[in-house]
Design a protein around this ligand. Structure first.
Ligand code: PLP
Length: 569
């Protein structure tokens, strides 16, 4: 069975898509958030479009973490152990990577993403938890984003170098290496090695490294608009953990940075095609990395995955074929207003019932409901809505209910404090505004929330949201965005038509102090009156969220762009 399948997969050249995290299903906790879910949506669209892709990622057998929030809003983290053999099969091949001088074995598990349209994409989940390895090495692929610098570098060796070797051993012929973020960029060292020339042929030490051949094969997508977010290692750590068997240190320094090994720089220097994940993010990346040519492919989400059941039924009825051709959303006007509203109310009831069971908040179906779910971290400003509580109460008391969810990274103290702060305000306001914070944000909960609220709120500090994708999920369910003009929303926003902006236009400088005022003003004067008093107009905005936003911000369009702009060039 396995051999046949592998032969099928290795029979044609493939694009190898490398990502530290890939989330393809909610019950396989191999993702932490946006980056991993985007990677999962990428693979699903590749399968739907029958693109020749193979994905490589880490197994993370203990997941990211399971979030428990106590009565005081304090986050507690538990391992989220799962059983890979429930979903996939271990393959017989082994890569051997050198870590701290030891030979560490890396095994691939094969998971196949099978599209209803017939396409299949193989995914390799890399695992070091093997009896052949020492206790400490068995843990390398346990925790996503756990541990310290050294742990991270070990994971990146397993991903980049181990992953590269396994593709070769299994017999894949690779025509491009696509690095989703810099975590996997050590694979370029393997490529430098592969294309190394003989000294007799070039007569000069410098020219034995054929970096041009490496660059032709590599595609790099950067996701992080702040310099501090890029993985950097001191060369002492590099020497100690990775060694320089593969490539001499002076060559690593030439491409990866003189002072530190910066995995983003390594990927930038050795990729012919580099892109940011929204048009604005491309500009921000160019400022951060002057001298590099950087393109933009704006993110998208997998339409079928991110549409709730009632909307799927409606789309099947009026827009057949939508899931594999989201351009069909252009005809959203064929859906009768009442039916669109009814599907939305079905999704909303489903969410509110779930929430009331979980939290005993007593929310109701008819009150305007704001959703805010994303990683709890400072720049996302989950508390912007509470900047001026009196002002909020003036417009929202009795007329608004608010649903939150999101995990803080275990070492993000500020993010954890944000959750506590929202808990404290939730208690303080409980007789005036119903607020709930749902536990353990994951893909399943995400779909419930993005489809069941009335508006999707996003309040990042500009320009720190490279793209953002949860708003695209909301749009697929007819839920309009109410968001700061950053990331994808700069491209998706038409004021009062697809949703609403918070704060100044994208062309003018950020003014964070004005954002809250603008939020209150629009909520009070535009959004709430339209929702409660002009349902017809409200449904028009819902329709435009689908016809204008979901139409474009889907991963099918994104993958067609990667094919034409990055893969076949
Ligand atoms: C979509 C999603 C994200 C990313 O949302 P952003 O808007 O990009 O922050 C994070 N976590 C989960 C569980 C998601 O489904």
């Amino acid at each position: 069975m396995m051999t046949e399948l592998i032969n099928e997969f290795t029979s044609e050249p493939k694009i190898a898509y490398f990502s530290m995290e890939i989330g393809v299903r909610s019950d396989m906790p191999t993702y932490s958030g946006g980056l991993g879910i985007l990677a999962g949506d990428t693979i699903k669209s590749a399968a739907d479009l029958s693109l020749p892709i193979v994905a490589v990622t880490l197994l993370t057998k203990k997941g990211y973490f399971k979030q428990e929030i106590d009565l005081f809003g304090r986050q507690h983290e538990h391992p989220e152990s799962w059983n890979p053999s429930d979903f996939m099969q271990m393959m017989p091949q082994r890569a051997i990577v050198k870590i701290e001088g030891r030979s560490v074995q890396v095994a691939p598990w094969l998971y196949v993403v099978q599209s209803a349209a017939g396409g299949k994409v193989p995914m390799l989940f890399l695992d070091t938890d093997l009896p052949e390895n020492s206790e400490q090495d068995r843990g390398i692929t346990h925790h996503l984003y756990g541990g310290d610098d050294i742990y991270r570098l070990k994971q990146e060796i397993v991903l980049g170098i181990g992953g590269y070797n396994l593709l070769e051993q299994i017999g894949f012929e690779i025509k491009k290496y696509h690095m989703n973020e810099g975590h996997s960029s050590l694979l370029t060292l393997q490529l430098l090695n592969k294309f190394k020339k003989n000294i007799e042929d070039v007569w000069d030490e410098k020219h034995i490294w054929d970096y041009k051949s490496v660059r032709r094969l590599c595609v790099f997508t950067t996701h992080t608009p702040v310099a501090a977010g890029h993985d950097k290692f001191s060369y002492d750590v590099v020497q100690q953990v990775m060694g320089t068997d593969i490539i001499p240190l002076n060559v690593i320094k030439e491409y990866g940075g003189n002072e530190h090994l910066n995995l983003t720089m390594l990927a930038l220097n050795l990729s012919k095609y580099v892109n940011g994940v929204a048009k604005k993010h491309k500009e921000v990346s160019k400022d951060m990395f002057p001298g590099y040519e950087i393109h933009a492919v704006t993110n998208g989400v997998h339409s079928f995955t991110w549409t709730c059941e009632p909307m799927k039924r409606l789309f099947d009825k009026y827009l057949p074929g939508w899931a594999n051709e989201p351009e069909i959303f252009v005809r959203v006007g064929r859906i009768p207003d009442e039916e669109l509203w009814a599907a939305h109310m079905e999704a909303k009831k489903h969410l509110i019932d779930y929430l009331n069971r979980q939290t005993q908040t007593g929310m109701n179906y008819d009150t305007f409901t704001i959703g805010f779910a994303r990683r709890a971290t400072a720049y996302k400003r989950a508390d912007l809505l509470f900047s001026n509580i009196d002002r909020l109460l003036q417009s929202a008391e009795g007329r608004v209910q608010i649903i939150y969810a999101g995990k803080a990274h275990p070492r993000d103290e500020h993010g954890k404090q944000l959750i506590e702060k929202i808990f404290e305000i939730k208690e303080r306001l409980k007789d005036k505004i119903k607020i709930a914070y749902l536990n353990n944000y994951n893909m399943e909960l995400s779909l419930k929330i993005v489809s069941g609220v009335d508006v999707w709120l996003n309040t990042p500090l500009r320009p720190l949201e490279a793209s953002g994708t949860s708003g695209m999920k909301a749009a697929h369910n007819g839920v309009p965005n109410f968001s700061v003009l950053d990331g994808w929303w700069i491209e998706g926003h038409i004021e009062g038509y697809t949703g609403w902006a918070i704060g100044p236009s994208a062309e003018t400088p950020a003014d964070p102090s004005r954002d809250a005022d603008d939020l209150y003003y629009k909520l009070d004067h535009i959004i709430l009156p339209m929702f409660y008093e002009n349902r017809h107009l409200w449904v028009r905005v819902m329709q435009n969220a689908i016809g204008k936003n979901a139409y474009y911000f889907n991963s099918h369009r994104m993958m067609r762009r990667y094919v034409t702009e990055a893969y076949i060039r």
